[in-house]
Each structure stands twice: as structure tokens, then as C-alpha cells.
Design a protein around this ligand. Structure first.
Ligand SMILES: Cc1ncc(COP(=O)(O)O)c(C=O)c1O
Length: 368
């Protein structure tokens, strides 16, 4: 019997062809493929101002900087995420302040954010856990009330929608990841979607040392002219990565569809299993179904049972606030504490066969 993995990178034949073309072209840096990928991704997520970069982490770092976060400021964020969400805040010299999450989604609780607002708060950085959009209207209302910028870490949420709008066009700043096991991979890569031409210009400069490659004046001496006015980074995407993304993009609809089908089967068949609690689903939003997270009783026994059947199950990320780097021990996040004790995710990727999905379901229905 095959081992059923949690994740599997998806790379199609078209991606391989396009990468081969780039490798043979004699130009592998940031070039026409990056521009094409950026334009297509902007259309895909409903953003007029997409800027592709070399990772989701780079996108997050730029987002915090574009939000005007300075050393000494505070950013209200979630601990139920990967470390990158917080490292972006720390890289700007700011302090992450963790608000509680909703037990039924893993997303930041809009209600709890207000409790943490101080005179130093500049931004809110929320994650769409597992690809299920946060309650963005509520978060944006809190942001407006306190004059804060809201940033959406949509690393899990490419293809999700909120109230009919694609994620990418909901929050003023949205960050995506195209890392190996995401819906759409470029090997590693990311994208920041901003809301104004000014922020677009700035992001385009910050991703490459503070220079907009497309606006430099050519010079006969070989080094185009540019006056750098702000410290930038080496965060640009290259044409090899963009070619992988462009190839895979042709299958994104199918990838999402297959994920939705698997999740529909999991939800229908696991709903009534004793010891399993499904996450909440609201009619007004569509998850990107990057993870299928559930709450289970006796989680260790559950994971042992799955491992004995050669099926991976994983928490994927555990609360990050307990790391000394992030601030250490705190006890005032009761829903996060509950969440941390019971959540687990099941295998979910487009290469799972119907037989694999059945095996996962039957194993859980058999008890643990
Ligand atoms: C919620 C979240 N944010 C950010 C990132 C960072 O993305 P990347 O690996 O592309 O830097 C990840 C990575 O998995 C993530 O899960």
C-alpha cells in the first residue's frame, strides 16, 4: 500500500517546457517571464497592482514596510501561523502583539483585536488559516476605527473568495506564497498586491535594491542610471521561477477544483465521526482549501493510528508566540490555547486519488 503524503508539489509538463525554454534562452534573471507572470497573477486575484517577489516572506516584509511600520511600533497579528508572519514584523524592528483566534477557523478574532490596540499600533497582519478567509469586513472595520493598515497573509489562500471577491482584492495589502507545496508553485516565490500606484512603485523598487528595473535610463557606459533613495532588498523573482509558475497556472482551476472535491468528501464523511469536529464554513466565503484542518479528541492517539496506516497527519504549524524570539509565554489567549490542543490537518493535494481519499476516511471512521 502506498504512503499517503500530506503534501506533494504540483509541476506540470508545460512548466517543464517553459523552464527549458528559459534555460536555453541565454537570459535567466528577471525578464519577460516575470512580467508576464505578474500580469497574469494580478488578473487572477483581481489586483491592479501586483508585484511578484522571490518568496511569501519577502512579500510580507515589504508589506509591513509599505504599511509604514517603524522600529518601536506594534503590529497586531496571529500566532496560529508559520514563523514568517512574525519575522516580517520583527525585520521592521516592530513588536508582534498576538490577539486571540477563533477556535472554529484558526483565524484571528476580529473582536479580540481591539483589546490589543495601543498608541503604538500601526497595522494588523492576519492569516487566512488553511486558505479560509478571515472575517475581513470585521477586521477592516477595526482597522478603520483605529486608523491602522490591514495586511492579509494569504500564503494559504490563493483562489479563495470573500463575499464574491477574490482574495488579493479584499485587504489593502495582500501577500501570497508560491513556495514548493502551495497551490501554485514557482519553486519559491511570492507576490504582494497593493492598492495604489504609489505603493506599487515603491514595492517594485524595494524588491530590487530600491531600483525600478523598468524605469532606469539606459547609459552608453553599460550601467543604467538611477538614484537610490531608499534601502531596498534582493527580493525579485527570476524568469526560471516565473516560467514554473506560468506553466502551472494553466492548471490552477483544476488544482482548486480537485482540492474542493476532496474537502467535500472529507466533510461529508467525517461530519458524524465521534471525536471529530469540522471547522466552520460560512456561505459568504470560499476557502482555497490549502489545508484540511479539523479538531480531534486524543490527538496523539489519532496521529499514531494514522501513522500505523501509512497516512500522514500533521498540525503543520503550532502557535509561534511561545518562541522566545516572539515574546515567550502568554496565557491570555484562551481560544488559541484550545485550538493548539486539538487541531490537526489531513492529507490534501491534487495528486491524491479517490482511493487515497477513501482510505483516509475509512481509517478515521475506524476510530483511534
Ligand atoms: C501563513 C504563511 N505565511 C507566510 C509563509 C511564508 O511563505 P514563503 O515560504 O513563500 O516565504 C508561509 C509559508 O508556508 C505561511 O504558511
Amino acid at each position: 500500500m502506498n504512503k499517503i503524503e500530506m503534501f506533494k508539489p504540483y509541476v506540470n509538463e508545460r512548466a517543464i517546457e517553459l523552464v527549458t525554454q528559459v534555460l536555453r534562452s541565454g537570459y535567466i534573471g528577471e525578464g519577460p517571464r516575470v512580467k508576464e507572470f505578474e500580469q497574469k497573477m494580478g488578473l487572477r486575484v483581481g489586483s491592479s497592482f501586483p508585484v511578484v517577489v522571490n518568496s511569501g516572506t519577502s512579500a510580507l516584509h515589504l508589506s509591513v514596510q509599505l504599511a509604514g511600520v517603524k522600529p518601536g511600533d506594534e503590529v497586531i497579528t496571529t500566532a496560529q501561523t508559520m514563523l514568517a508572519t512574525t519575522t516580517a514584523i520583527l525585520m521592521a524592528g516592530a513588536t508582534p502583539v498576538y490577539a486571540d483566534v477563533e477556535y472554529t477557523t484558526g483565524n484571528l478574532s476580529a473582536e479580540d483585536i481591539s483589546r490589543h490596540v495601543t498608541a503604538k499600533t500601526r497595522a494588523i497582519l492576519a492569516v487566512d488559516w488553511a486558505g479560509y478567509p478571515c472575517d475581513w469586513d470585521a477586521i477592516l472595520a477595526v482597522a478603520r476605527k483605529h486608523n491602522l493598515i490591514a495586511i492579509e497573509d494569504a500564503a494559504h489562500a490563493l483562489g479563495a473568495t470573500y463575499k464574491g471577491r477574490p482574495v488579493g482584492s479584499v485587504a489593502p495589502i495582500t501577500c501570497f506564497s508560491f513556495q514548493a507545496i502551495k497551490h501554485l508553485t514557482t519553486g519559491d516565490g511570492g507576490m504582494i498586491c497593493v492598492s495604489s500606484a504609489e505603493d506599487y512603485e515603491r514595492a517594485a523598487q524595494l524588491r530590487w535594491f530600491g531600483i525600478d528595473r523598468y524605469k532606469r535610463k539606459p547609459s552608453v557606459l553599460g550601467e543604467p542610471e538611477w538614484n537610490v533613495t531608499e534601502l531596498g532588498y534582493k527580493y525579485h523573482m527570476n524568469d526560471i521561477a516565473a516560467a514554473v509558475g506560468l506553466g502551472n497556472l494553466g492548471d490552477l482551476d483544476w488544482i482548486l477544483q480537485r482540492r474542493h472535491e476532496i474537502v467535500a468528501a472529507y466533510r461529508a464523511e467525517l461530519e458524524s465521526v465521534p471525536g471529530v469536529q469540522l471547522f466552520e464554513r460560512q456561505q459568504d466565503r470560499q476557502s482555497a482549501d490549502w489545508l484540511f484542518s479539523i479538531h480531534v479528541e486524543r490527538r496523539e492517539a489519532f496521529c499514531q493510528m494514522m501513522a500505523a496506516k501509512d497516512i500522514m497527519a500533521s498540525v503543520v504549524h503550532l502557535r509561534i508566540d511561545r518562541n522566545d524570539l516572539c515574546g515567550g509565554k502568554r496565557d491570555d489567549l484562551p481560544e488559541l490555547a484550545r485550538f493548539t490542543g486539538t487541531h490537526v490537518s489531513l492529507p490534501l493535494h491534487p495528486n491524491l486519488s479517490d482511493g487515497d481519499v477513501r482510505r483516509v476516511i475509512e481509517s478515521i471512521r475506524g476510530g483511534w
